[in-house]
Design a protein around this ligand. Structure first.
Ligand code: AP5
Length: 214
């Protein structure tokens, strides 16, 4: 099989999906399609859809399937995805995975990043995010050069509303109940590759690249 270019990131909140998706996108020259980033941009724009989505996101609940499926469907029609794409945060329910199937999209690889929950809670509490370009940092493991300023675009970095303790617990529950079943869904289809997300970001990227290029 040639290089895998239709990719999906899977894993619990804070596993490093966004971090790895950004790295892969810049190495491979294909777009990252992050539903979380798109929903946060809609919230920031003040659109009706953004306001509605924020009611779910800020508390750590999943946004209804139909809203998210509609957004991703639009992105996958763009000419930018002709050479491949990295889905980051979608599908997140079996219903969303079936919707992707019904669009006729066959993924080359589902990159499943797993990390223990206590590590995840610490990571999310220390995360800072740029709402302008989507870059993520961590106050200890991966700080921006200048405090609270994005290295990539110079905008302010902030703590996300859903990175507060109560919302983190709700997100973990949503992951266990609705997203974790996708592990078996894609394993049965022979598309799933497992990665130990407790390693350093560079080690995780190297492990992923060896699977993509095999
Ligand atoms: P989304 O933005 O997708 O959030 P998430 O899945 O909870 O994932 P995170 O962004 O929190 O974590 P990540 O795995 O990307 O980790 P990151 O690389 O940032 O979704 C947010 C919300 O939007 C959802 O809760 C939901 O409401 C809604 N939504 C989105 N998609 C949806 C969908 N399909 N259906 C319904 N609702 C949807 O890393 C985390 C931190 O750890 C960072 O600080 C990073 O610097 C650090 N880090 C990363 N890797 C390492 C490492 N190897 N070692 C040490 N630190 C690391």
């Amino acid at each position: 099989m040639g290089k895998k270019t239709k990719l999906m990131m899977l894993g619990p909140p804070g596993a490093g999906k966004g971090t790895q998706a950004q790295r892969l996108a810049s190495r491979m020259g294909i777009p990252q399609i992050s539903t979380g980033d798109m929903l946060r941009a809609a919230k920031k724009s003040g659109s009706e859809m953004g306001k509605k989505a924020a009611e779910y996101m800020d508390k750590g609940h999943l946004v209804p399937d139909q809203v998210v499926i509609g957004i991703v469907e639009e992105s996958l029609k763009s000419p930018d995805v002709a050479d491949g794409f990295i889905l980051d945060g979608f599908p997140r329910t079996v219903e969303q995975a079936e919707a992707l199937d019904s669009l006729g999209i066959k993924l080359d690889a589902v990159l499943n990043i797993q990390v223990d929950e206590d590590v995840l809670v610490k990571r999310l509490g220390g995360r800072r995010a740029c709402l302008t370009c989507g870059a993520t940092y961590h106050v200890e493991h991966n700080p921006s050069k200048e405090e609270d300023i994005c290295d990539k675009c110079g905008s302010e970095t902030i703590q996300r509303d859903d990175d507060k303790p109560e919302a983190i617990r709700t997100r973990m529950g949503a992951y266990r109940g609705k997203t974790a079943p996708l592990i078996e869904f894609y394993r049965e289809r022979g598309r799933l590759y497992d990665f130990d997300g407790a390693q350093s970001p560079d080690e995780v990227t190297a492990a992923i690249m060896s699977v993509i290029e095999e």
